[in-house]
Design a protein around this ligand. Sequence first.
Ligand code: GUN
Length: 278
Amino acid sequence: MAVILDGKKLKEKILESLKIKIDGFTKKPSLTVILVGNDPASRIYVNNKKITAEKIGINSDIITYPSSVTEDELLEKIHELNKDDNVNAILVQLPLPEHISKEKVINMINPQKDVDGFTPYNFGKLFSGEKPFVYPCTPKGILLLLDEYNIELEGKHVVIVGRSNIVGKPLSQMMLNRNATVTICHSHTKNLAEITKTADILVSAVGENIIEGKMLKPGCVVVDVGIFKDAAGRTRGDVDFENVSKIASYISPVPGGVGPMTITSLMLNTVELFEKTL
Ligand code: GUN
């Protein structure tokens, strides 16, 4: 039976020491989240971010817009937040409605307040092997979790299923920086199972239940980034947990694995951006 990569426990440990650090500041770090539309999942994620931030002493604001908001209104708001010295970190919750250019909106964020590390400046720094102001939250959280369990990356074959800008692409670079050999698979990959079977570490970030036990090498480390509701309304990940946990050496559960680590990284990034202003 695989060891559980317990993101919930690690979140508590990291946030406890982060709170002590924040208690020592005379001024508090601040995070502003922009939420557009009324996607129920996004609303829950954003509220969780605010609750966690406030628990550890980060000032947190949520600015909400109806999905009818114009691109110009959003860009103007970001411009305003960029100029506001009381705002250290800006996060625009994705996805955005189709009439708004995600690229234009992200481009507008001052890279020094870009808490997701998604602006071209920070993404470019990451991909050229330089240090961005901060690293994207989910990949950073995955590495923190693997490090906590002393899972070595150097020389390992990491297979990432999913090529999003939020997870797959930045994670591939961060793993390369740690001297892993990285393969990225996606919806057009042929013979997915032949590739996943060669993985020492498999990361799945698709949002569909696609990873079965027979696709894995025994002893593989499995990181499940997917989270969605199945037809019966249950929270599920990409991985068939019951069977895969009998084959893998380590496995992250859903919920309680990568999700809490993403929030943890967001808090760490907010404090890092704040500290750079001191
Ligand atoms: N939507 C899903 N994950 C993320 C994330 O990490 N950052 C932002 N901004 N939006 C998301």
